[in-house]
Design a protein around this ligand. Structure first.
Ligand code: SAM
Length: 281
């Protein structure tokens, strides 16, 4: 018998209704599938009925169990089981060297980090992941709500994020202390190889946008003007806000994703103009 290990965030999904709802919501296309943390393989078994997959599992004991359980599928090549810490794999590059969809019941202690890595992995085209409900709400938050932070803006700049449904702790063994949710993120078609609608043409621009967001939300209760003025000239920011009809009292979570893109673009242009004036003077 395999004991669940707390240190690896092991809560095994045992509810067949939830399993079939996850399968119903998964994308139907010709892309490869990746699962993170197959655990005892209940979700893996259902996924394999739809298409072949590559699964990353950190726990060697579970890998031994899974190699036996899926010996036929591994031999036939429909399941590739990789014994690895998925975070190390992201560090090396992508989870797969071709476009893929991610479906997983994520280990909660590193769920946010995994989603952020997958967001920036251009080969990952979509995610359907089980996470703690509060985490799903942060990624899928709507503007003007208190959950709408830099995390939601970054996510919704790269794709559409939706909380599909909640999952009760009783669906797992052992039961987690929190309610879980299925989060679906579909990347915008333009986000291919790090290029997105002229806003993030390069990986460097995406990093700059992340820096802009950190600055915009450094004190979430303060006004956006106060936050962003620590990095950019206050008068130019005020002029920009006037141009976009934004009240100077607006706070960062009250600004839409699109407006954040426009503000970021203008601030960068202003900066570039200033730098080129300085070199010609
Ligand atoms: C919440 S359980 C889900 C198990 C199974 N998919 C299910 O639905 O019952 C999380 C799984 O992720 C694995 N895991 C934890 N940390 C990991 C890591 N860094 N890399 C790969 N797998 C990891 C755990 O060992 C466990 O199998």
């Amino acid at each position: 018998m395999i004991e669940a290990k707390k240190k690896f965030g092991q809560n095994f999904l045992k509810d067949s209704t939830v399993l079939s709802k996850i399968i119903q919501a998964m994308p139907r296309n010709d892309r490869k599938l990746v699962e993170i943390g197959p655990g005892l393989g209940d979700l893996t078994q259902e996924l394999l009925k739809v298409k072949p997959l590559v699964a990353y599992e950190v726990d060697e004991d579970l890998c031994v169990y899974l190699r036996k359980k899926f010996s036929k599928e591994i031999e036939q090549g429909s399941l590739t089981l990789v014994h690895a810490n998925v975070l190390n794999q992201f560090e090396k590059g992508s989870l797969l060297n071709e476009p893929y969809d991610l479906v997983a019941n994520l280990p909660y202690y590193i769920a946010t980090t995994i989603i952020l890595e997958a967001l920036e992995d251009p080969y990952c085209k979509s995610m359907e992941v089980m996470v703690q409900k509060e985490v799903a709400e942060k990624f899928a938050a709507a503007p003007k709500t208190k959950e709408f932070t830099s995390l939601a803006i970054l996510t919704q700049s790269i794709g559409t994020a939706k909380l599909l449904f909640d999952v009760d702790p009783t669906s797992f063994d052992p039961q987690p202390k929190v309610v879980s949710s299925i989060l679906k993120i579909d990347k915008h078609k333009e986000f291919v190889e790090g290029s997105f609608s002229g806003i993030f043409e390069t990986k460097e621009q995406l990093q700059k946008f992340k820096k802009y967001l950190r600055c915009s939300f450094q004190s979430p209760r303060k006004t956006w003007l106060k936050n962003i003025s620590s990095e950019f000239d206050k008068q130019s920011v005020q002029d920009l806000m006037q141009m976009h009809d934004l009240p100077i009292t607006i706070r960062p979570h009250e600004i839409s994703v699109l407006s954040h893109h426009l503000l970021f673009k203008h601030l960068r242009l202003n900066d570039a103009r200033k730098r080129s004036n300085a070199t010609t003077e």
